[in-house]
Design a protein around this ligand. Structure first.
Ligand code: PGA
Length: 252
């Protein structure tokens, strides 16, 4: 079965770096039979990236989007804008958005609604911070993020949903989740989505990814994990060799 690999480039690459990385990816990774690759370049480079990957199996995601459909919102990018430049996905509620821009579950809920209205698949990021982990609040934090982030969304259960479990304490560092812990995380996500919608929805429409300090060395244990439908990488996706190493580690 194909597993998903999302490379979130954040604000790290220039236009020419995005172009040259996309070209190598198209040539050497896009044909992998077990990896479905999704690239999330910075907004100004979505168009160039799309032109390169077009016709390949690689898809495009926005890193963020506005909670409104259109209007006088200087500096914002709508779900329709993303769709128009070729995105099929949008990352919503990344820990950096929640942390640096105070995005709460209510705002994230509006963004999810926009993604579905435009026909994009949301990649909803959830995860506890270090203090919450110490206090053993992971389950309740994930439950709240899922319930409040998805409540009253009309597009489900018909639409697809990707949940990226990204513990805040694991992002951008060296320490990853112990892959053994993915089973209980997966079950928590499943329980909450089953309560909101149905088990059928979860089984047929939902994918659960892990993200947080995954590199080529750690990737295979996550790929092999039955409770991981894919990975979301930040740092490891910024140059061709490290991304290739993560992708090629999936030999299932
Ligand atoms: P990282 O980032 O792989 O550099 O930890 C992951 C993320 O922010 O999604």
């Amino acid at each position: 079965m194909k597993k998903i690999l999302v490379a979130n480039w954040k604000m790290n690459l220039s236009g020419s770096q995005s172009v040259s990385l996309s070209e190598k990816i198209k040539k050497r990774i896009s044909g992998f039979s077990k990896v479905k690759l999704i690239l999330a370049p910075a907004f100004p480079f979505l168009n160039q990236t799309e032109k390169i990957i077009s016709g390949s199996a690689v898809s495009l995601a926005g890193q963020n989007l506005a909670p409104w459909k259109e209007g006088d919102y200087t500096g914002e990018v709508s779900a329709d804008n993303l769709k128009e430049v070729g995105c099929s996905y949008a990352i919503v509620g990344h820990a950096e958005r929640r942390g640096y821009f105070n995005e709460n579950n209510d705002l994230i809920n509006k963004k999810i609604d926009q993604t579905l209205s435009a026909g994009l698949t949301p990649i909803l990021c959830v995860g506890e911070n270090h203090r919450e982990k110490e206090k053993k609040q992971t389950g309740s934090v994930l439950g709240r993020q899922i319930r409040e982030g998805l409540q009253k969304i009309k597009g489900f259960p018909e639409a697809d949903l990707i949940i990226a479990y990204e513990p805040v304490w694991a992002i951008g560092g060296e320490k990853s989740l112990d892959p053994e812990e993915m089973q209980s995380i997966f079950m928590t996500i499943k329980k909450n989505l089953t309560n909101l919608y149905s088990e059928k929805f979860f089984d047929e429409k939902v994918k659960v990814l892990y993200g947080g300090s995954v590199d080529g060395d750690k990737a295979s244990t996550f790929w092999e994990n039955d409770f991981v439908d894919g990975l979301l990488v930040g740092g490891a996706g910024l140059n061709f060799d490290s991304l290739y190493k993560v992708a090629v580690a999936n030999r299932l």
